[in-house]
Structure formats: structure tokens, C-alpha cells
Design a protein around this ligand. Structure first.
Ligand code: URA
Length: 190
């Protein structure tokens, strides 16, 4: 039987393969099951932990605004994280935590089969291309396979600490829209 996203959601609830799960709630990705575009952040923050949903705090509001700047909606894409539990005090996830949680992201990717994967920030980019720096690669499509392109973008939370990055994020989303249009990728119809 084929594994579905609701199956993953259910299985993640009883998983204890990452020590973070002792003190935090599971946060799987969410969004359109037919999405061609998958956004991947770092790890849930406070609001995400409370609500059990990815990108619902201030970085999430900015991400929604950026998606809408392309004429798309949040419900047209799928949004997830590398790490499925909030690290204490929002510290960076460790390499172990990222590796432990990675099978969940791999399963999400296998189910959704996106054409474009957008790593938000260096933790997520590092999974796909560990030698690329986000400051060099952001806004530039990086072919991964014949069917999948990685399109790195700064993490939206970075703009909260560094106002100058706000414009860079808007520019990157404009480039992303140009790229999607060039590939004939439009919001899903269902
Ligand atoms: N930052 C992330 O990387 N992920 C979230 O879900 C929220 C904030």
C-alpha cells in the first residue's frame, strides 16, 4: 500500500528517533499534495511547536507574503523543515538532529515528487549541496537531476535580523517566478 502524507503525520507522532521529541511537538510539512514546488526550512520555532504546523510565526507570515508576491498562494505549494521538532531556545539544529530527522523529509519528497525544491537558508541547502554557500547560491537554480532543480533562497527569518535581506528575498522570489514560468510550472489545479 502506498504511504500518504496523513500516514506520515500519524507515524511521526509516535516516533522517538530524535532526542528533541522528548520536549517538543512533532511538526511535519503541510500544503498541496500535488505541489510542484517544495519549500524546506530549518526547524520549527515556538509558534510552530505550539500549533504543530510549519512556518506559522513571523517568518511564516513573511514567507506567505513572498509566495503571494509571485501571484501564487501558500496552498499551491508544500512547506516543510529539515528538523521536525523545535530545538530548545531556537538554537541551530545539530548535525545529528538533522541526520536523525532526514528520513521524514525524504519520505515527504518521495510522496510529493516536487519539480523544484527551495531550500530556505544554509541548513536546508547543506543537505543538497554541502559545498555551496547560501550567499553565493541564493536566487540561482541548481540542477539536481533531469526532473528536479534546487533553487536556494535565504531563510525569511534572516530578514528579521538584517533588514537588507528583505529586498534580497523579494528579488529571489522574482527570480524564482521567472524560473517557474520558463519551465511552464504553474500552481496546481487541485
Ligand atoms: N523557521 C523555520 O525554519 N521553520 C519554521 O517552520 C519556522 C521558522
Amino acid at each position: 500500500m502506498e504511504l500518504t502524507l496523513p500516514d506520515l503525520q500519524e507515524k511521526l507522532k509516535s516516533w522517538d528517533g530524535c532526542a528533541l521529541s522528548k520536549n517538543a511537538n512533532p511538526v511535519l510539512g503541510e500544503g498541496n499534495h500535488n505541489a510542484d514546488v517544495l519549500f524546506i526550512g530549518e526547524a520549527p520555532g515556538k509558534k510552530e511547536d505550539e500549533l504543530g504546523r510549519p512556518f506559522v510565526g513571523s517568518a511564516g507570515k513573511f514567507l506567505d507574503e513572498l509566495i503571494e508576491s509571485m501571484g501564487w498562494k501558500r496552498s499551491d505549494v508544500y512547506i516543510s523543515n529539515v528538523v521536525k521538532y523545535r530545538p530548545p531556545d531556537n538554537r541551530d539544529p545539530t548535525p545529528e538532529e538533522k541526520a536523525e530527522c532526514m528520513p521524514w523529509l525524504m519520505l515527504e519528497i518521495a510522496i510529493i515528487k516536487p519539480k523544484v525544491i527551495v531550500p530556505l537558508g544554509r541548513h536546508s541547502l547543506g543537505h543538497f549541496f554541502d559545498k555551496l554557500s547560501i550567499s553565493d547560491a541564493h536566487g540561482h537554480p541548481q540542477p539536481l537531476t533531469d526532473d528536479v532543480t534546487i533553487f536556494p533562497i535565504y531563510h525569511p527569518a534572516a530578514a528579521m535580523h538584517n533588514g537588507g535581506l528583505r529586498q534580497a528575498l523579494h528579488d529571489d522570489f522574482a527570480q524564482l517566478k521567472i524560473f517557474l514560468d520558463s519551465q511552464g510550472i504553474a500552481p496546481p489545479t487541485e
